[in-house]
Design a protein around this ligand. Sequence first.
Ligand code: FES
Length: 170
Amino acid sequence: MQTSLENGKIAALKKYMGDVLEKTDRPESYLIAVLHRAQNLFGYLSREVMDEIALTMNIPTSHIWGVATFYHYFKLKPQGKHSIAICLGTACYVKGAGEILRTVEKELGIVIGETTEDGLFSLHEARCLGACGLAPVVMVDDKIYGELTNQKIIEIISDYRKRDRKSKEG
Ligand code: FES
């Protein structure tokens, strides 16, 4: 059964698509904007959400799926509370980003593209976060952490875990 929160999100998405359909006779040209809106609302693009978009905008689901899987930005699975993006761009890579990635994967017990069982972290890769001078760099949510070492990244992850525990306690 859908919650009232989910119903509200579906209603918001339908309203957005309705506004789009009113201003264009080429809905597919707004598809990326609609997918962005859907991901902002739901956190990821589920099969049900893509079917809803297909139905409302009269675009084949296969086309929507193709667009959603082409762009790395779009997430097709539920995401963790925090996103950890490891920069694997050249400057970071030569400064040991591969080692940082292995440390994070080991610490979280997941690989790139996965979410931890407790739903706290999702792990992603990035290609240059525009902070090469601080390489190696990791972005957690919208915060950049630079000049990382294995120990530093483990401490950062541990801080997020502690903060999450505290917020649950009250
Ligand atoms: S290569 Fe990592 S920030 Fe530029």
